[in-house]
Design a protein around this ligand. Structure first.
Ligand SMILES: O=C(O)CCC(=O)C(=O)O
Ligand SMILES: [Fe+2]
Length: 285
């Protein structure tokens, strides 16, 4: 019969070591009670090694960043259509991890066209917030051009921002102004997270303007002929860019475990225009 190293035997070995008995004495005691010497030695070695390893591991792992409240559409009754401010928005797809909801008809054709025409004369090569300094910089990973509107810049912006606020239950003043991006053929936005990396030295300065980003809504202002999906590589999801539709996602902490890594796949033919709304933890100033 093979001799099993049971949890009780392991505990007995640890107790002997704690009591100051030398390994030879422990093996001798095991042999005296019928254990094969090789098995006794092996049990001693593996048990004590595991015990030493457990002493070296910190008992408490460093805590991940705390969870924040997040914007969230009210889909508890599984509506196919949500009415917000007299406007009907379709719920096309929802998933829980990552939290992603795809909406249909969030913007009218006319609202899309107006945003494009207001943005067009103000476009510049896209800058992203530089988390090392808190300033902004031209980023090779983002080959689109873009601009920011200020919050509620015109009545059109205000109407759209109020619709978004009602849709995802988040105060309008917790949002950044709409960002418009234009991608030509070949342009892309490589996978990234929208939250600010807590490890970067410039992040505390950025957070003073309204805390972390906790949600994103990317609205499609046209339908590119080919390419330009919004991709979520962690889960293999691709959202087709269809004019007036939008993809919403939220992240309760600035951590990759939210699985909200995403990007804009290269446009193949045509161009792609989007409006992005970022939602902050607090009033964005
Ligand atoms: O263009 C897209 O589909 C994604 C845009 C995006 O990730 C962003 O604006 O942060
Ligand atoms: Fe993004």
């Amino acid at each position: 019969m093979s001799q099993q190293i049971t949890p009780e035997l392991r505990q007995w070995i640890i107790d002997q070591a704690r009591a100051g008995h030398r390994p030879e004495a422990v093996v001798a005691a095991m042999r005296a009670s019928g254990w094969d010497e090789a098995v006794a030695l092996d049990a001693l070695e593996t048990t004590l090694q595991g015990f030493m390893d457990s002493l070296q591991k910190p008992a408490v792992q460093p805590a991940p960043p705390a969870l924040s409240a997040v914007p969230e559409p009210d889909l508890r009754q599984q509506p196919s259509i949500v009415a917000v401010g007299g406007h009907e928005v379709k719920v096309l797809m929802a998933m829980h991890s990552p939290r992603v909801v795809v909406f249909g008809g969030l913007l009218s054709e006319d609202e899309c066209d107006q945003l494009v025409e207001l943005a067009r004369p103000r476009l510049a090569r896209s800058e992203t917030v530089d988390t090392t300094t808190g300033g902004s910089e031209v980023n090779a990973a983002r080959t689109s051009s873009g601009m920011f509107f200020s919050r509620c810049e015109t009545a059109l912006h205000q109407r759209i921002e109020e619709r978004i606020g009602a849709l995802v239950n988040w105060p309008v003043d917790h949002g950044e102004g709409l960002q418009i991006l234009r991608y030509g053929p070949g342009a892309e936005y490589r996978p990234h997270h929208d939250y600010f990396d807590p490890a970067q030295p410039g992040t505390p300065a950025i957070l003073q303007r309204g805390g972390q980003r906790v949600g994103t809504l990317v609205m499609y202002l046209n339908t590119p002929e080919q390419g330009g999906a919004t991709i979520f590589p962690d889960v293999g999801l691709e959202v087709a860019p269809i004019k007036g539709n939008a993809v919403f996602f939220s992240y309760a902490r600035p951590h990759p475990d939210t699985r909200t890594l995403h990007g804009g796949a290269p446009v193949i033919t045509g161009e792609k225009w989007v409006a992005t709304k970022w939602l902050r933890q607090r009033v964005f100033v």
